[in-house]
Design a protein around this ligand. Structure first.
Ligand SMILES: [Cu+2]
Length: 672
């Protein structure tokens, strides 16, 4: 059973305990002793099942159960035992007619209701707080459960409630609740709850600090500003200077599906102009903002540029406002398939079209028989659309390289019909010994890239997106029939698992001792995001910018684990460094060394990755499901001694926000 299934099962059992205990309490209050006794037995059984489900879940990792084991379960079990001892014998007596049904048995009913409160509190804590559990939260929760018990006792102990009543109370005969006392106690409980929640939230929002990952803390060293970490302004020997001007402006574009779309563009097109270079060239890209009121930047996704060129608004530069400009310069030293996009309010900007491809080819590539195509997928108004041309001619024998780019916030599946192929690179980095595969689907996480290579057969080849209609045709000659690739049903094709694909090769980083280790537990919960309490996408229980920075020192070997406690998928993206995948759910990667810039952590999954801290700066480390960034799922990896003059690190709690709150304080969301 997957961890996600276990989590869902545990949630269902937890909910059942809530229902069972309250049902037992209500029926006992209604003096239906037999039913109440049965329900008590059911509640005890469900509680026992809950203990088992939490125990099994604990086997998948402490992060999945911490708050349950430390708080929810002990509370529930204690309350349940008390309820069994207090209410059990009384109910049995009444059910067997030993005792006369005279009145509400206050102690028994309170005991049953208290179990219900305990079960409910545990359930709520899991959803609102999750991991890690703070002592304050535990104390508030226990206080609320006790307050609930007290309140119930007071309500039941009201004089009219103890009057002997032979029949279940009718509306008229129902015990009169002493309103003033009830309101007083209820008000008190609400106040305790509100004060506690407020206090715990403000503690969380104030605790931005540094996580040193077990390595040395900050040293007093000469500070370097990110503004000094800029790229060279000459190409490598033999390379050339490639200048581009990208003007960010609004435009109505006709997407390949044939519809018009009110886009935000670079140079009036979506995708923006493809930026290509040969290894060693100098890329100089001038970004001009014409009329994007929200502001723009350029982030070179997966490209390990010097930090000052990273385009992370509020950390490496100010946002480029309308009328403003910013020049990015860096050497194209890494070959491969990448992409660029705005990193300001990116959940809106990228969705509306502020992105384009970045492809760097090796200097020594002279294969004239190669067809090199870049194919990107982007969703406009809910329709995934391919950019890169619907049809291409590739004579039989041609080597075809397909550079697939997912520019969306959700994963996409590609399938190639009519030819066997190799996945030669992932996220721009070559794989080692990739074998030939066919009838296999490729899952591209949000922001991910796969490079496919195949030799064109004498029949047509089709590329399919998400198992639907063929989106790109490759034909050996004009008018060639679709042949076997016509309408293949790809739904039954297996998905390629990159962790077992290709052949292993030794990588020093894999066995190197880590200088620092971090764990990021992803979940949903109540947290402060940009100064407001939100049901946020959290990292270790906090939302941006209250998530502690990860501190590293240049040269460190860093390992970090990403644990997904939630039921959503989180494509995790570290800027400025490729990460080596070490393991998924404790199982080591066994194929080619896999270097990626974005790895998709599914619900219940645990990924461990490593990287070498070799690119000084302050780097965003975030979920690339961009709406999740807006909901708090972003933090910074900071090299010791690097500072920023922008809002980023010290000004995070001030008016300056680093990912999408505007000068007027409003969040601009994309409509529809
Ligand atoms: Cu996410």
């Amino acid at each position: 059973m997957t961890t996600a299934t276990l989590v869902i099962l545990d949630h269902s059992i937890a909910l059942s305990t809530v229902i069972a205990w309250f049902a037992a309490g209500v029926t006992m209050a209604l003096r239906r002793a037999r039913t109440a006794l049965t329900l008590l037995a059911v509640a005890l059984l469900v509680t026992l099942t809950r203990v088992a489900s939490v125990a099994v879940l604990a086997g998948r990792g402490w992060w999945f159960v911490q708050e349950k084991v430390l708080l929810g379960l002990p509370m529930l079990v204690l309350a349940a035992l008390a309820a069994a001892v207090i209410a059990g014998p009384r109910l049995r007596g009444r059910a067997q007619g030993v005792r006369r049904v005279e009145s509400i048995d206050t102690a028994g009913v309170v005991a049953l209701f208290t179990s219900g409160y305990a079960a409910l509190a545990g359930f709520v804590v899991t959803f609102l707080v999750g991991y890690p559990l703070a002592l304050g939260t535990a104390l508030i929760t226990i206080a609320l459960v006790l307050a609930g018990a007290l309140l119930t006792a007071r309500v039941l102990a009201a004089p009219s409630a103890t009057t002997t009543v032979e029949e279940p109370a009718t509306d008229q005969g129902r015990p009169q609740v002493p309103r003033r006392r009830f309101l007083g106690v209820a008000g008190g409980v609400i106040m305790v709850g509100t004060a506690g929640t407020g206090a715990s939230l403000s503690v969380r929002s104030a605790m931005t600090m540094t996580d040193d990952g077990g390595g040395p803390g900050p040293a007093s060293r000469t500070a370097v500003s990110v503004t000094d970490l800029r790229g060279p302004d000459t190409p490598a020997p033999g390379g050339s200077r490639r200048e581009h001007v990208l003007v960010a402006r609004k435009a109505t574009v006709r997407v390949e599906s044939g519809r018009d779309f009110d886009a935000w563009t670079y140079n009036g097109t979506v995708p923006g102009p493809a930026i290509t270079a040969t290894q060693g060239d100098l890329l100089e890209v001038k970004l001009i903002n014409h009329d994007i009121d929200d502001g723009v930047t350029l982030h070179w996704h997966g490209y390990d540029v010097p930090c000052g060129e990273d385009g992370a608004e509020g950390v490496t530069q100010e946002v480029v406002a309308p009328g403003g400009e910013f020049v990015y310069r860096f050497r194209a030293e890494q070959v491969g398939t990448y992409w660029y996009h705005t990193h300001h309010a990116s959940y809106v900007g990228v969705a509306r079209g502020l992105y384009g491809a970045l492809v760097v080819k090796p200097r020594d590539e002279h294969d004239t028989r190669q067809l090199d195509l870049t194919v990107s997928v982007h969703t406009f108004d809910g329709t995934p659309t391919i950019a890169g041309g619907a049809e291409h001619i590739a004579p039989a024998g041609t080597t075809v390289r397909l550079r697939l780019i997912n520019t969306d916030s959700s994963p996409h599946r590609f399938a190639l019909a009519g030819a066997s192929f190799r996945v030669v690179a992932v996220d721009g980095r070559d794989l080692h010994g990739p074998g030939e595969i066919s009838r296999t689907r490729l899952r591209l996480p949000a922001a991910g890239r796969h490079d496919l290579v195949f030799v064109m057969p004498s029949t047509s080849v089709a590329l399919l997106l998400d198992d639907h209609a063929t989106t790109v045709w490759l034909r050996p000659q004009a008018g060639a029939p679709p042949g076997a690739a016509a309408t293949p049903d790809t739904t039954g094709w297996p998905e390629l698992d990159l962790l077992t694909y290709g052949t292993p090769a030794s990588v020093a980083l894999r066995s190197a001792t880590a200088d620092r280790r971090f764990t990021l537990v992803l979940d949903r919960g109540l947290a402060m995001v940009d100064g407001s309490p939100t049901y946020a996408q959290t990292v270790n229980g906090a939302g941006h910018p209250s998530i502690p920075d990860q501190l590293v020192t240049e040269g460190d070997v860093v390992r970090f684990s990403v644990v997904n406690r939630s039921l959503e998928t989180h494509p995790w993206h570290l800027h400025g460094h490729p990460v080596l995948i070490l393991s998924r759910n404790g199982k080591p990667s066994s194929g080619s060394p896999l270097w990626v810039d974005t790895f998709e952590v599914g619900p219940g999954e645990v990924w461990e990755v490593a990287f070498r801290a070799s690119n000084p700066g302050i780097w965003m480390n975030h979920c690339h499901n961009l709406p999740h960034v807006d909901q708090g799922m972003m933090l910074c990896l900071r090299y010791d001694g690097v500072t920023t003059p922008f809002g980023g690190m010290d000004g995070l709690h001030g008016g300056h926000d680093i990912h999408g709150l505007h000068a007027d304080g409003s969040n601009h969301r994309m409509g529809g």
